[in-house]
Design a protein around this ligand. Structure first.
Ligand code: IMP
Ligand code: MG
Length: 442
């Protein structure tokens, strides 16, 4: 998904992240009151440093106030209180938090990098706030907690949309460094392939680096898995396999709930999705062709050089989502609709069985139970549940966090998250993370 574009799009239209917009609104007040554009031509008696210090102080106070509101929200979550928190009243779409967020410290960190308080014409932006939230989340899972699992989306997060992880990618040494520090890694991608060869084609730079690393112990080499098709295909690292990956049979990793999704329910859901997609192609005259897989169905451009209009892709996602939600087909053994994820991939639309919340959950269970070493993911037993890596010890990094038609968004229900806009931002984020982890150690 072309999320740099999406991030800008979010600035312009109704497709907004309510929490980020609300914070932006709060910061706009001191911006208007204290950042003085007249300073550009009024040199007499105007002190730029004083101005930025005052704006900095006010912004920091606001971030501190939001931090306290999140603490209150955490108390409400613990209580199981029916009375909504203040934050929930102010931002009704807000979800659950798994950690505190040290927003004041994170703001100060980002202000040193981005000079937000020194600006007189451009107010604190969507991207400023997004990066402050990321920093706060990194601080929370390192300084205040201890990170055990980092999961990464593929397209746009690790490599450019539709590309592969080449050996020269700067993200590779940073991921190896995490594995060396015994942080487990899951690549949780929507790309759904049934063979290790196809994933090797996309991820060979990283897999070859893991194989040839002189700093990783044989055990640490097992600190990585690929979770493909959102939550459908698990591969573990295997130094002796031809493509360094070995498929793990489903019975070794399906969680108890996933095991209740019936094959007939899955097929019926994909049938309904396929019919809905075909209708969209017909009704909107999309230059698209249908692609049916065993765990997904999608539409891709008929000619790779021709882009399907963004509006058509969005419309298709919303239509298919609605039809599936209301459908009577695609039920599991308990007569619940089999979980699915319909999303706009930037050039295509896919409907996958399950979503990234299930994919990240599988990684939490797999590694919590010792991965391939400790007898496998442990299947559906009660012990597997208790050993799983917890949400506050997990960080999912991705580019798709708008609620409608985005696939990383779903990971928010099982882990902390960081919202990046490009592979270069992922590199910066991992440097920040290494910095915070180092500070904790020293
Ligand atoms: P992600 O950003 O790593 O989650 O990858 C999403 C992209 O993978 C989509 O935009 C598709 O182009 C591609 N893809 C390939 N196979 C599948 C599939 O089975 N389901 C969903 N997306 C797929
Ligand atoms: Mg992506």
């Amino acid at each position: 998904m072309t999320s740099r574009y999406r991030v800008e799009y979010a600035l312009k239209t109704h497709r907004r992240d309510q929490f980020i917009e609300w914070i932006k609104g709060l910061l706009a007040v001191p911006f208007v009151l204290y950042s003085q554009p007249t300073g550009v031509f009024e040199t007499n008696g105007f002190n730029v440093t004083q101005m930025s210090e005052e704006a900095h102080r006010r912004y920091a106070e606001i971030m501190r106030d939001i931090e306290v509101m999140i603490d209150d929200q955490l108390m409400h979550q613990l209580d199981g209180s029916r009375v909504p928190s203040k934050l929930k009243l102010l931002v009704p779409t807000i979800g659950n938090f798994f950690t505190r967020l040290p927003l004041e410290a994170a703001f100060k960190f980002q202000d040193r990098k981005r000079y937000i308080s020194s600006r007189r014409f451009v107010s604190p932006s969507f991207n400023d706030v997004r990066l402050i939230l990321n920093t706060a989340q990194l601080m929370a899972v390192t300084t205040h907690g201890s990170l055990r699992l980092a999961t990464f989306d593929g397209d746009v997060t690790l490599y450019e949309d539709g590309q592969s992880l080449e050996p020269t990618s700067p993200v590779i040494p940073r991921m190896i460094d995490l594995m060396r520090k015994n942080v487990k890694i899951g690549i949780v991608t929507a790309a759904g392939y049934t063979t290790g060869e196809q994933y090797y084609a996309r991820l060979h730079g990283l897999l070859d680096a893991v194989a040839s690393s002189t700093t990783l112990t044989p055990q640490q080499r097992q600190n990585i898995v690929i979770m493909g098709g959102e939550a459908n295909y698990l591969f573990e690292f295997s130094p002796t396999s031809p493509h360094l990956l070995s498929p793990v049979p489903r019975e070794r990793w399906l969680t108890a709930e996933m095991a209740s999704w019936s094959d007939s329910g899955i097929a019926a859901l994909l049938d309904v999705a396929e019919a809905a997609l075909r209708d969209c192609v017909k009704n909107m005259h999309l230059p698209a062709t249908l692609m049916r897989k065993d765990r997904a169905v999608g539409i891709i451009p008929r000619d790779p050089a021709v882009r399907i209009p963004r509006e058509s892709l969005e419309e298709t996602v919303l239509v298919v989502q609605k039809i599936l939600e209301l459908s009577v087909g695609g039920r599991d053994f308990d007569n619940k609709v089999v979980p699915f994820c319909a999303f706009n991939g930037g050039r295509d639309v896919f409907v996958d069985i399950g979503d990234k919340s299930w994919g990240v959950s599988v990684c939490q269970q797999w590694f919590g139970n010792g991965g391939g070493n400790g007898g496998g993911g442990g299947g559906s037993g009660g012990d597997a549940e208790s050993a799983r890596i917890r949400p506050e010890q997990t960080l999912h990094v991705g580019d798709q966090f708008l609620s409608a038609g985005s696939n990383d968004f779903k990971a928010r229900s099982v882990s902390t998250t960081a919202w990046i806009a490009s592979p270069a931002e992922t590199v910066e984020l991992l440097d920040e993370l290494a910095d915070f982890m180092g500070k904790k150690l020293s």
